[in-house]
Write a new protein. Structure first.
Length: 116
């Protein structure tokens, strides 16, 4: 199901998997969407970026990355994951209620909404 409003995605999401990136040990990667801003956190660093204008023609502002250092391999994987996120240009909610982030027709990342 395709939804075009950026507000549709507002709230917290947990990353489940990413194309071509092994996220073993990255169990708590969280994304928070708030009115056109995406806040993300990995094991070592976090990022913030604005996005829009809508979910079918998506562009991100430059990522602001902050946080600390950790194991070199974890930081490399995290960097690769953040670079992949920058390629996203479309968001959809699939039939299983997962948020899927695409680069054109290629799905890149799957997330599940965090429930309380």
């Amino acid at each position: 199901m395709t939804l075009s409003s950026v507000e549709t995605f507002d709230g917290a999401w947990i990353v489940q998997k990413a194309t071509d990136i092994d996220l073993t040990g990255f169990d708590n990667m969280r994304f928070d969407f708030v009115a056109g801003t995406l806040y993300g956190s990995g094991p070592c660093r976090s990022f913030e970026t604005a996005f829009g204008p809508d979910t079918q023609n998506l562009m991100f502002s430059p990522f602001e990355i902050g946080g600390g250092m950790c194991d070199e391999q974890i930081m490399i994987t995290e960097r690769d994951f953040f670079e992949q996120i920058k390629m996203v240009n479309r968001l959809e909610i699939d039939s299983d209620e997962r948020l899927v982030m695409y680069n054109f027709d290629q799905p890149l990342v799957w997330l599940r909404r965090l429930t309380k």
